[in-house]
Design a protein around this ligand. Structure first.
Ligand code: MN
Length: 191
């Protein structure tokens, strides 16, 4: 198999109470595993058989795009959290956030609002362009900012499977709580 399930650097219960053990087990172990399996099946015998994940996301469509996009999205998602997370961004990323939104508080408010107002399933991303300028990008379904030539730094999953077991319909509360487990060192390393 070409693509593999991304490994977690924390135990499945380590992100509680923000993301429960049950949600991690379903989200990582079932949903993401299914996207990985589907993608590995779909690329067989196509021009994407030996392609990197980002190339597939940028150049494919339909079921191939949906599954590749969701593998890329969740690889970023599951490697941006830590039980020791939270706090504030630092260094160059902090300066860029302050330049774009005035403060990290303001950034978080705008990011949450973008996630809450996204209708249906999708993602809200912090992304940078080639000059390092930051923006908040909303993507429906399996979308990722790489299709716009941007680099994703942080992504909140607003599909109901990401929070329904723990928060039911309260997407806004889930998004506000996610900041408690964001690993700003990991996010800063993507900048
Ligand atoms: Mn998801």
């Amino acid at each position: 198999m070409k693509f593999e399930l991304v490994k977690l650097s924390y135990a499945v219960s380590d992100l509680e109470p923000v993301i429960s053990r049950q949600t991690v087990e379903f989200h990582h172990g079932k949903h993401l595993q299914t996207y990985v399996n589907n993608l590995n099946n779909l690329i067989q015998g196509t021009k994407f058989e030996d392609a990197g994940l980002e190339i597939i996301v940028r150049e494919s469509e339909g079921a191939m795009f949906n599954n590749a996009g969701q593998v890329l999205n969740h690889n970023l998602y599951f490697t941006q959290f830590s039980p020791a997370g939270g706090g504030e961004p630092s260094g160059k990323l902090s300066a860029a956030i302050n330049a774009a939104w005035g403060s990290s508080d303001n950034f978080r408010k705008e990011f949450e609002a973008a996630g809450v107002s996204l209708f249906g399933s999708g993602w809200v991303w912090l992304a940078k362009d080639r000059d390092g300028k930051l923006s908040i990008v909303r993507e429906a379904n399996a979308g990722n900012p790489v299709t716009k030539g941007l680099t994703p730094l942080l992504g909140f999953d607003v599909w109901e499977h990401a929070y329904y077991l723990d928060y039911q319909n309260r997407r806004v509360d889930h998004l506000k709580d996610l900041w408690k487990i964001v690993d700003w060192t990991a996010v800063g390393n993507r900048y």
